[in-house]
Ligand binder design. Sequence first.
Ligand code: COA
Length: 190
Amino acid sequence: MTTDGTEAGQAEIVELDADAYVTAIPGLAALLIDAVDGGASVNFLAGVTDEETRAWWTERIPQIADETITAFVARRPAPRADPDTGCIVGSTLLIRSRNPNARHRAEIAKVLVHRSARRRGLGRALMEAAEQRARADGRWLLMLDTQAGTAAEALYRSTGWQELGTMPNHSYRTDGVLTATTFFWKDLRD
Ligand SMILES: CC(C)(COP(=O)(O)OP(=O)(O)OC[C@H]1O[C@@H](n2cnc3c(N)ncnc32)[C@H](O)[C@@H]1OP(=O)(O)O)[C@@H](O)C(=O)NCCC(=O)NCCS
């Protein structure tokens, strides 16, 4: 568990077990909506609803339970909030390959930091938590992708990720315009 160490933030990075994950779904859904509202290309288009984002996180409960996926959140204590929910201001997922020929490989996804909490080191701290867990599990080869030319791309470049390449027209932006996606990889043995 780490904190971002800023007066405004004081968020801690927490690995969620299955029960905590279920409890966190409303906060994760709100976080995902905030990312889309901010223009991030993270599966959804502008106008995504709470129902749709809750469903996205809910669909992953079985994979959280069987530890295919490990979820990390950045959680800020909120005075009147349920202490188990807190105020979720960041997330990331470590998604392990289940293929017998890829036991060393995992993906990183849903690296999100709430707009109110950005540029305080939370994105970096979430990545470090996921990478630390991957290394401990023997998942030394990591992959991820993100919309080209974004803050996320800058984050990955600044944390030692290698660019594999950029694919034009890979995904729709939140405003419905096709845009490029950059693919990255990282070998944790390096
Ligand atoms: C990408 C994102 C997670 C970064 O979170 P964050 O907490 O603001 O990032 P950090 O404060 O840890 O930044 C770490 C480094 O990344 C880089 N970085 C982060 N945001 C940046 C920006 N807007 N512009 C340029 N570089 C940036 C910088 O090198 C930064 O280090 P510095 O602050 O010392 O200069 C956040 O902007 C976000 O949620 N974006 C929308 C969702 C998204 O696109 N996620 C990726 C999906 S794959």
